[in-house]
Design a protein around this ligand. Structure first.
Ligand code: AMP
Ligand code: DBH
Length: 560
């Protein structure tokens, strides 16, 4: 059984194949293509452990064989929840080999998100880490298995009192390894179709439940190859993966998959702080990494003291949230590496500034699309195209932009126009020469320094408290994060404490980054003339309030 997918119209699919974007080669090729000349080249570094391309392929193959033995089969789905560890990639390729389609949840995701994903995909298998507080014991695993009865197998990275050991499944027995080395025929590898779903990407979303994005081998592999090409990756590239590994940016823009495709090396960092990353850059002679703007601020601060660790770094990619021009301008002189802006989305379209672009383009734009066949429209409120230089809503379709969220017919009707263009929810300007500048947003989302929070998801949780009768989550400006979140609430209980609201949200098991940074109690929420909550007015209200607070207070009269 294959995973349901909203297909591209046959004429477009034919065009994408004819132009060589879709090659009908599954993404398992990213590793297998290196098994001759580059088999002994370093592929992956995680702490004190490292893998050559041969070792990485063998580990993925052994895990795939162990999974088949467990009884999972092509067309099944899996819930994966791992931190930035080598096993993330071993699992990624192993699942692909057996045709099991995963959701790779972020490690910051918690009970609420994992449950929502599992309910949507009905996985047979979960692969998790005992390093996460949810899995230090088996209680949540047991509860989720009860709630989602398809979930029969648990593989755990690290010591755990439930499930099977992921390490053992990757290692296999000696006899199994020997058999794998001899022949592939003994194993019943499924035949993969590159037109099918390889995995689900996560949407930052704007709806009550997080939506899933089916990505096919054909479309994703094209974006990976083209990105590797644009970023001029080769076997000398050493990429530091410091943002979460499952994120579309670090996975494919060009990310770890782009680097593997090009035969370079991926070095894993647990998180993007300078304290963690600078020593890794120095030790492994990292040439390229990708960051969100708040991390750039931290790197600039740290580099002011000592930037000698960054000598090998040639390229810094920045994306996920708007990079201000003044921050952008400091990168090359203060970090000693070149900047590439990346504006992408897990749904598809990715834009890059190019290496030979003018300084103005690199500092002021978020780049231009990967492909000549990325169709971009910028429209006004009536859906009419606006002239270049005028802000409008971004619509796009193309060879690696999806055509529908998984099992979400109602939402898809609003997320796409009648011609299959995806409404990204970004307000952008296109320059005369085709570069995009992100100037705003028309989706109900807070972009917290690259981490996306869907307002409705949090509002629903707030409204679950009987004392809260109305709730609205909006963005408020923040110097470092760009935006933080502020929840305006109307409550029947004047004594309701912010602390107990936070406690409630934590009990709901929501990821920490989604918790409102500030909670404001108000008597009533402003309404628009059509009777919707006026979020623009609320954003203005909180921005004014913050500004007033940041003004120096008038000095007290010494005589009073
Ligand atoms: P997601 O749908 O969660 O993958 O998030 C993609 C969204 O992140 C885009 O639609 C933009 O709103 C935002 N985004 C990504 N990169 C940039 C960037 N370089 N500048 C501004 N916004 C960005
Ligand atoms: O924010 C994103 O989702 C993003 C940023 C940069 C992305 O998906 C990408 C590049 O591919």
């Amino acid at each position: 059984m294959s995973i349901a997918l909203t297909p591209w119209p046959p004429a477009l699919a034919e065009q994408y194949r004819r132009k060589g974007y879709w090659t009908d080669v599954p993404m398992t090729d990213i590793l297998t293509r290196h098994q001759d000349e580059r088999a002994d080249h370093r592929a992956l570094v995680c702490g004190e452990r490292s893998w050559t391309y041969r070792q990485l392929e063998q580990d993925a193959e052994q895990l795939a064989a162990s999974l088949l033995q467990l009884g999972v089969k092509s067309g099944d789905t899996a819930l994966v929840h791992l931190p930035n560890v080598a096993e993330f990639y071993i699992v990624f390729f192993a699942l692909m080999k057996v045709g099991v389609v995963p959701v790779n949840a972020l490690f910051s995701h918690n009970r609420h998100e994992l449950t929502a994903y599992a309910e949507q995909i009905q996985p047979t298998l979960a692969i998790v880490s005992s390093r996460h507080s949810l899995f230090t014991d088996g209680a949540f695993a047991q509860a989720l298995s009860q709630q989602v009865p398809s979930l029969r197998h648990w593989l755990v990275d690290g010591d755990a009192e439930f499930g099977d050991s992921l390490a053992a499944a990757i290692a296999g027995t000696q006899a199994e390894r020997a058999q794998l080395n001899q022949t592939d025929e003994a194993l019943n590898w499924p035949v993969l179709s590159a037109a099918e779903v390889a995995f689900f990407q996560l949407s930052g979303g704007s709806t009550g439940t997080p939506k899933l994005i089916p990505r096919t081998h054909n479309d994703y592999y094209y974006s990976v190859r083209a990105s590797a090409d644009i970023c001029q990756l080769d076997s000398d590239t050493v990429f530091l993966c410091a943002l979460p590994a499952p994120h579309n940016f670090t996975l494919s823009s060009p990310g770890a998959l782009g680097v593997f495709y090009a035969g370079g090396a991926v070095v894993l960092a647990a998180e993007p702080s300078p304290m963690t990353c600078f020593p890794l850059i120095k030790r492994h002679q990292v040439t390229m990494t990708s960051l969100v703007p708040p991390a750039v601020t931290l790197w600039l601060q740290a580099a002011a003291d000592d930037r000698s660790a960054l000598d090998s770094l040639q390229w810094l990619q920045v994306g996920g949230a708007r990079l201000g021009e003044s921050l952008a301008r400091r990168i090359e002189p203060e970090l000693g590496c070149r900047l590439q802006q990346v504006f992408g989305m897990a749904e598809g379209l990715v834009n890059y500034t190019r290496f030979d672009d003018s300084e103005w383009h690199v500092l002021n734009t978020q780049g231009r699309p990967i492909s000549d066949d990325d169709e971009v429209r910028i429209v006004d409120e009536d859906g009419q195209d606006v002239p270049r230089g005028t802000p409008g809503a971004l619509l796009t379709r193309g060879p690696y932009t999806f055509r529908g969220y998984y099992n979400s017919p109602e939402h898809n009707r609003v997320a796409f126009d009648q011609d299959g263009f995806y409404r990204s929810g970004d307000v952008v300007v296109m320059t005369e020469d085709g570069y995009l500048m992100v100037v705003g947003r028309d989706k109900d989302q807070i972009n917290r320094g690259g981490e996306k929070v869907a307002a409705e998801e949090i509002e629903n949780q707030l409204l679950a408290l009987p004392e809260i009768t109305q709730a609205a989550l909006v963005a408020m400006p923040d110097d470092v994060m760009g935006e933080k979140s502020c929840a305006f609430i109307v409550t029947t209980n004047p004594k309701l404490k912010t602390l107990s609201i936070r406690k409630h949200l934590r009990t709901c098991g929501i990821a920490d980054y989604k918790l409102p940074d500030r909670i404001e109690k108000v008597d009533a929420l402003p309404m628009t003339h059509v009777g919707k909550i006026d979020k623009k007015a609320l954003r203005q209200l909180i921005a004014n309030q913050l500004q007033a607070q940041s003004q120096p207070q008038p000095e007290k009269d010494v005589l009073s």
